[in-house]
Design a protein around this ligand. Sequence first.
Ligand SMILES: Nc1nc2c(c(=O)[nH]1)N[C@H]1C(S)=C(S)[C@@H](COP(=O)(O)O)O[C@H]1N2
Ligand SMILES: [Mo]
Length: 202
Amino acid sequence: MGKVPPGQVVTKFIWPVLSATETPRIDLGEYRLRIYGSVDKELSLSWDDLMSMQKSKLVLDMHCVTRWSRLGDEWEGIKIKSLLDMAGPSGDYLMLRSSYVDYSANIPLSYIDDNCLVAFGWNGKPLEPDHGGPVRAFVPTLYAWKSTKWLDGIEVMKVDKPGFWELRGYNMRGDYWKEERYWEGVNFVNKLQFWKHKDDQE
Ligand SMILES: Nc1nc2c(c(=O)[nH]1)N[C@H]1C(S)=C(S)[C@@H](COP(=O)(O)O)O[C@H]1N2
Ligand SMILES: [Mo]
């Protein structure tokens, strides 16, 4: 178990659910995880494909920007790094997406280490739907809003772009050691207009 980052409070008995939407129903037969964007080889992995890959069980901490932290839970999943190795990325940023609920979170590739997972197990059980089951991202190197639940897309990007909460004022990076919680010094409504304008031009 690691140290507790500044401004965080440890929660021992409960694991809060933080969802901007309802919990979607996901049919495992239809499920695909796409790895696409700036890659040599696009991947589309079924649940069976994922289950046939090498799994890891890791004891990891989780830090939410709303100031709760959970320490020392056992997460099971497939290393995001190994999935990226299969696809051959040529960009410095990821967007972790759930098309089920239109959620997304951007991440610098430099924060993807061996603890970052496409996760499906938690403390010995399948991940519950409210917590992102059957499949979510878990990126323990950044605040937990970056860990997209009901993950079905990993986009590799050459240019960084804001995701769901980043468009609504959260930090583009979200490093909890640096307390990168929100956007500093800029009116985020203006930021939203700026990125919308950029998107229209692309
Ligand atoms: N698809 C999706 N993923 C999401 C969210 C969400 O609203 N939708 N919330 C994020 C936030 S703010 C946090 S703190 C964690 C919470 O995960 P939990 O609900 O399993 O505790 O999921 C993140 N991933
Ligand atoms: Mo959060």
